[in-house]
Design a protein around this ligand. Sequence first.
Ligand SMILES: Cc1ncc(COP(=O)(O)O)c(C=O)c1O
Length: 440
Amino acid sequence: MNASSESARANRLAIEGGTPVRTAPLPWELPGAHWIGEEERELVDRVVKAQSPFRFYGPDPQHMVETLEKEWRERFGHRHALAVSSGTAALSIALSALQVGPGDEVLIAGYMWVSCVSAIVRCGAIPRLVDIDATFCMDPDDLEAKINPRSRVILLVHMSGAPGHVRRIAEIAKKHGLGLIEDCAQAAGASQDGTPVGRFGDIATFSFQLNKNMTSGDGGMIVSDDDELFRRIVALHDLGYARNAAGRLDTSDESCQLWGMGARMSDLAGAMALAQSRKLSQITGAMRQAKWKIREALSDIPDLTFRTVADPAGDSGPFMITTFSDAETCTRFVEALRAEGIRGPEGSLSCLTMREWGLHWYFNIPSLTNKRSNSRDGFPWTHPANAFASEISYDRGNLPVCDDLHDRSALLTIASKLTGDDVDDIILAHRKVANGLFNR
Ligand SMILES: Cc1ncc(COP(=O)(O)O)c(C=O)c1O
């Protein structure tokens, strides 16, 4: 092959028979998992050796969960922090701490995760969908338009690693006397203008599931600055009651006799989460640096629009979202990128159209669109206090911006251990595909 035909082959898109930019898969997403090492093993070992995996009592408790909570408070400036078994449980506990139930509406953006609507419905309340904007988080103008006398709480989800209009939404919550829960499951370690996520609302929740910025396999955290709310949070996450100094249940406080959710974190998970939490800023720093290097290198491509991130310095970095002129271009771009080798190992979800992002979009959640119930009586949809819900539809078509961005956006996960070569390949592949598809 002569030099010019070689260069023609290198420029030809791999999807059209050209040479791919790379053949080795990119690393798995799963930010925290790449950093699991000796520190986690050492702390887990201590719990195993002490034969004491329960946080509240045992032969020789190692206080891993307690230390995790203490360090979390100090790191992010919260008055209270409680580790729990999952981000989903954390949401249920937060809503019940605010006494949300039948007759109440909880405002939630249409781009979120199934756990958010699941927590709302299980506590007997009704989700009220709010549209998103170019931040891929809740649109404050649509929020104001959706607020009505039944609104009780705003569940603000910091999607895909970074917050949107969090300050404006906190102001709206205050103005209307609504509770504000921040779901920080996808954004641990993120901030806006120096304020960490979780510091804007009444309660904030985190997840330590495997595909989160830090992980203990499963796990989560709830934070609040409010003493009374936190007393309820502690009882709700356990068996409905406080515990005494010996770690035994204490039913004597008549003001705190609730129904617990059995969502304690074990000291084994606590050991993992503690070791990971000490690495969180390194993990998010690595993703942020790689992501913004890629975004900056591609900023001159006019047909590629990036998600708006108000404060790039506070982005925790695990996802890069791009938007195209239409759905067909988006699909062709993503398929061409994958053919260039911009994909993870088998089974990973690393280079996708938003149409492949399942239960993150309201109309993809069948239990929501079909108003399913966990009980035979159809609760909460059939509860008399929720009669208004019969007029609410959750089908596609209710949130125009969500529907539009879902169709023509794509998502690339930014692994926390990308090498310089990986980053260069991602940039090169995007430029090559943009050149091949847009400059014909
Ligand atoms: C926005 C959001 N909220 C809540 C959760 C639930 O967390 P978990 O899987 O720990 O229950 C997730 C996890 O995927 C999430 O992405």
